[in-house]
Design a protein around this ligand. Structure first.
Ligand code: PEP
Length: 254
């Protein structure tokens, strides 16, 4: 059985004080209101991870994730954070290949393959983000483009390692724009990606792979998106910065 996950990507938002307030509110609401087997992940700025750890420990189903990691284990890479550092903090998840990393920091699928490997080698679970640009959706075989991102970054993993990866399909045109993929568009892509994974790793691994949808998901559209058979949860940006809305999205996945 694959996991249901709702992950929040805070991006570069919140002061420490605001981060503590948001986390306490989410922890309290999830503890009091969320039932069932949905797992909640807060992908916060790196500097808050050690501070927030004790807050999220209060509720079993909540854990932390980083938003990135460097592809090397250590060395002269000023300003960077490594997978072993995150692992030593006890951070279980790391986002890899968010479209903002691809777009503003030039991250390629080849680089992302290295990041996925170093994350796994250090016991972190990568949440691998993929998705097409608007021009690609309008003019190209966009399903093939997203499949190729997965092939390039993930398909030389062993099945055991692949089984630790969460996929987040995030159409770039829907991220932070208020435009959401329709539930049919999301389902079509998720089903195509699951079939692609089955072609490489077999039906059982594909069936066990958690595939999240991300892109302007909010408390109004979450239930419809999560009702799709191949949509296992969400990666939530803007709406994860508001505790009530984020909790409502989690409840839509219960
Ligand atoms: C994201 O950053 O991963 C994301 C999906 O953002 P938003 O929900 O704001 O579109």
């Amino acid at each position: 059985m694959r996991k249901k996950i709702v992950a929040g990507n805070w991006k570069m938002n919140k002061t420490l004080e605001e981060a503590l307030i948001l986390t306490s509110e989410v922890v309290n609401m999830v503890r009091d209101e969320v039932r069932g087997d949905v797992e909640v992940i807060l992908c916060t700025p790196y500097i808050y991870l050690p501070v927030l750890q004790k807050y999220v420990e209060e509720v079993d189903r909540i854990s932390l994730g980083a938003q990135n990691c460097h592809q090397k284990a250590s060395g002269a890479y000023t300003g960077e954070i490594s997978a072993p550092m995150l692992a030593a903090l006890g951070t279980p998840y790391v986002l890899v290949g968010h479209s903002e990393r691809r777009q503003y920091f030039g991250e390629t699928d080849e680089l992302l393959a290295e990041k996925v490997k170093i994350a796994l080698a250090n016991g972190l679970k990568p949440i691998f983000c993929c998705g097409e640009l608007l021009e690609q959706r309008q003019n190209e075989d966009f399903i093939a483009i997203v499949k190729a991102q997965i092939t390039a970054a993930l398909f030389d993993l062993s099945s055991e390692d692949f089984g630790k990866v969460v996929i987040a399909y995030e159409p770039v045109w829907a991220i932070g724009t208020g435009l959401t993929a329709s539930s049919q568009q999301a389902q079509d892509m998720h089903a195509a990606l699951r079939e692609h994974i089955a072609g490489q790793y077999g039906a059982q691994v594909a069936d066990d792979t958690t595939i999240l949808y991300g892109g302007s998901c909010n408390e109004k559209n979450a239930a419809e998106l999560f009702a799709c058979p191949d949509v296992d949860g969400g990666l939530i940006g803007g709406a994860s910065l508001k505790s009530r809305e984020f909790t409502n999205i989690i409840k839509a996945r219960m």
